[in-house]
Design a protein around this ligand. Structure first.
Ligand code: BGC
Length: 251
């Protein structure tokens, strides 16, 4: 699996899974647009360590920011062959307490952001005639309900159908679209859980492989879907969750 001569945009690459994907794709030979909104220092430090990379600040939920990011990538790195929609936010709130701003935050970043980036990059991939690969980092919660996380689940469930529709409509341009659905991965999004041994113990019980995952383990599957090794794969979700989505309690 390699990405020699290719250029990838990785959103939310200043931390967690996005950071690991940017590192892994660079090691596989790709030029990288490291997108960030928070984690500015981390994003800039990462770019210093990679052979061919730029750091671009952009709020993926804003059309103008997204277009500026795509233009900067084409202008400075010469192309966009791969998009990884990784940027995401997660807040927990009981269903009856959810306010409009909280709902909007998750739908805007986790779902609309992925759409805006896929559309802007899809247009470039179509216009160059070279096609490309779009990989959305969704979650087991594109499928599994998660009490207390309704807007997050609604956004991730939406990302599942966004991927399926985009896969059908973009196939004619040689653009493949797939999701990677991580389970419980040790990253900053899980800080509260990681600091609570009881929660970690519950997670370990419902994960068949009995442990949380590492960002690097998600990056390997993202690399497969980004690279030509998956040339006949489109419209699919790959779970990277230690079997969590298949968890079932014996009687
Ligand atoms: C969430 C984590 C959660 C995991 C498994 C992820 O999408 O970001 O907070 O632990 O799913 O439930």
């Amino acid at each position: 699996m390699d990405l020699k001569g290719k250029v990838a945009i990785v959103t939310g690459a200043g931390s967690g899974i996005g950071y690991a994907i940017a590192e892994r794709f660079a090691a596989a030979g790709a030029g990288i647009c490291v997108n960030y909104l928070g984690y500015e220092e981390e994003a800039k430090a990462l770019v210093q360590r990679l052979p061919r990379a730029i750091a671009v600040k952009a709020d993926v939920s804003k059309t103008a920011d997204v277009q500026a990011m795509v233009d900067a990538t084409v202008g400075q790195l010469g192309a966009v062959d791969v998009l990884v929609n990784n940027a995401g936010v997660e807040r927990s709130m009981p269903f009856l307490e959810i306010d409009e701003a909280t709902w909007d935050l998750m739908l805007d970043v986790d779902l609309k952001g992925a759409f805006l980036c896929a559309q802007a990059c899809g247009r470039v991939m179509r216009d160059t005639g070279k096609g490309g690969s779009i990989v959305n980092i969704s979650s087991v919660h594109e499928d599994v309900a998660f009490p207390g996380f309704t807007p997050y689940c609604a956004a991730k469930g939406g990302l599942r159908m966004l991927m399926r529709n985009a896969a059908l409509e973009l196939a004619e341009f040689g653009i493949r679209v797939n999701n990677v659905a991580p389970g419980a991965i040790a990253t900053p999004i899980n800080t509260k859980t990681l600091n609570d041994p009881e929660k970690v113990a519950i997670l370990n019980r419902i994960i068949p492989l009995s442990r949380m995952g590492k960002p690097e383990e998600v990056a390997e599957v993202a690399l497969f879907l980004a690279s030509d090794a998956s040339s006949y794969v489109t419209g699919s979700t790959y779970y990277v969750d230690g079997g969590m989505v298949r968890y079932s309690q014996p009687l």
